[in-house]
Design a protein around this ligand. Structure first.
Ligand code: NDP
Length: 444
């Protein structure tokens, strides 16, 4: 017998103070515990109890020299959570907020997400408390080379394949992969998100944002609705947010917000394609703030606001974890929001997630909705192994097919009171394949 409260209390005791990890485990356990009781082979094999214990966690020192020649010390991490169904796979995050709790929650979610993609990839996550903001390219290069010099021991195309996440974009991936290639003396797909000139897949940069919108399209289709004409609040102004916004605009939706750490950009009539292109230059190329862009463009900008107070039909949280509080969620629901699709990982607090679930609106959790990025990473591994490059159209077609398959699994496993509970569907759909593999291997 597995009981939610005693199970989550035991997890909290073993992972003290790790509130993000405890939150992620509880969200999964709420859905998976009833399921394992209906399928006692998983209960008998203690699959869930084993799955909340990462395979291993690697923590290491990263020492590097800044522009003035001062020695700086950061901490590097890699959480290799589960390789039950394939090599470890998951992004690297470089941000001062990085700690073990955040990376363990991300790695745990990644296990289920990667399983949902239908590709043979396990789950991991890593990163560092290093802050690339305000650093010169040279300093970022020194840091990345130092980070990879240690990480190299633990990764490889059939072992563990890292990619990007917050603070790790094309520049960082270039430095990291370059150092991997140099010290291992091999050119293999040991990292994804690479530049197209050196083994990267087309559409990888766009994949998470695009995938999220493809997933939203599938969700709306179940109710005979379309994105065209919908007013959408998007948070973030990074990789995921900007490409979600691009696809939403292409589908005829009105993107009325974007945000970053400097505040909220609100464009009542909807951001147009030219504005989005300018924002992309400011955020991704110049690494400046949305506030700077809004000042120059004469647009409405508030430094102390976020998108959740803006009335919308659909919300796409694409910035970071726990960015929607329960009060924000209630506000969105009262304002008429009928679709929430998570581009970020766990952007809703537990209270917010429960409010969305209770309301009966269409609520797509990150592990399903933002799986497009890792799915194309999986396809990058395939292309690298085959030593060929698929066209943009080919990769986009596969991305759409994968998002449709993820949606189908949510529908298959998420039936509840005559509708689909996507949180239940994603958690159980992701769990089953990993659990079957774990049962097959025996106790380990
Ligand atoms: P980026 O670093 O490219 O962008 C993150 C954006 O969110 C930035 O605009 C950043 O602001 C903003 N942001 C981050 N933290 C905060 C905060 N505490 N308050 C306000 N704004 C914040 O990251 P990604 O777009 O890659 O990732 C965004 C989310 O999507 C993360 O949860 C990530 O784990 C998830 N994800 C990413 C995938 C990918 O392929 N990249 C795949 C699946 C999920 P600023 O610009 O000021 O720093």
């Amino acid at each position: 017998m597995l009981e939610l409260e005693s199970f989550t209390e035991a997890v909290a005791r073993r992972n003290p103070g790790e509130k993000e990890y405890q939150q992620a485990v509880r969200e999964v356990a709420e859905k998976v515990i009833p399921f394992v009781h209906e399928h006692p082979r998983y209960l008998k094999a203690a699959v869930l109890e084993r799955l909340v214990e990462p395979d291993r966690i690697i923590v290491f020192r990263v020492a590097w020299e800044d522009a003035e020649g001062n020695v700086q010390v950061n901490r590097g991490f890699r959480v290799q959570h589960s390789n039950a169904i394939g090599p470890y796979k998951g992004g690297l995050r470089f941000d001062p907020s990085v700690n073990l709790s955040v990376l363990k929650f991300l790695a745990f979610e990644q296990v289920l997400k990667n399983s949902l993609t239908t590709l043979p990839i396990g789950g991991a996550k890593g990163g560092s408390d290093f802050d690339p903001k305000g650093k010169s390219d040279r300093e970022v290069m020194h840091f990345c080379h130092a980070y990879m010099t240690e990480m190299r021991r633990y990764i490889g195309k059939d072992v563990d394949v890292p990619a990007g996440d917050i603070g790790v974009g094309p520049r960082e991936i270039g430095y990291l992969f370059g150092q991997f290639k140099r010290i291992s003396n091999e050119f293999t797909g040991a990292m994804t998100g690479k530049g197209p000139a050196f083994g990267g897949s087309l559409i990888r940069t766009e994949a998470t944002g695009y995938g999220c919108v493809y997933f939203a399209r599938e969700m709306l289709d179940t109710r005979g609705e379309v994105l065209e004409g919908k007013q959408c609040a998007v948070s973030g102004a990074g990789n995921v947010a900007l490409f979600a916004a691009e696809k939403l605009i292409e589908f005829g939706a009105r993107v009325v917000t974007l945000s970053d750490r400097s505040g909220l950009l609100h464009v009542e009539g909807g951001i147009d394609g030219d504005q989005l292109a300018a924002i992309r230059r400011v955020k991704l190329d110049q690494r400046a703030s949305l506030g700077d862009y809004a000042d120059d463009a004469g647009l409405d900008f508030r430094s102390d606001a976020d998108p959740w107070q803006v009335p919308c039909d659909a919300a796409f949280p694409c910035a970071t974890q726990n960015e929607i509080s329960e009060a924000d969620a209630e506000g969105l629901l009262t304002g008429g929001c009928e679709l929430v699709v998570e581009g970020a990982n766990m952007p809703a607090t537990a209270g917010a997630a429960h409010a969305f679930e209770r309301s009966g609106i269409l609520y797509g959790p990150g592990k399903a909705a933002n799986a497009g990025g890792v799915a194309i990473s999986g396809l990058e591994m395939t292309q690298n192994a085959m030593r060929l490059t698929w066209t943009r159209d080919e990769v986009d077609r596969r991305l759409q097919a994968i998002m449709r398959r993820i949606h189908e699994q949510c529908v298959e496993h998420g039936a509840e009171d005559g509708r689909t509970n996507y949180v239940k569907g994603a958690n159980i759909g992701g769990f089953v394949k990993v659990a079957d593999a774990m049962v097959a291997y025996g106790v380990m």
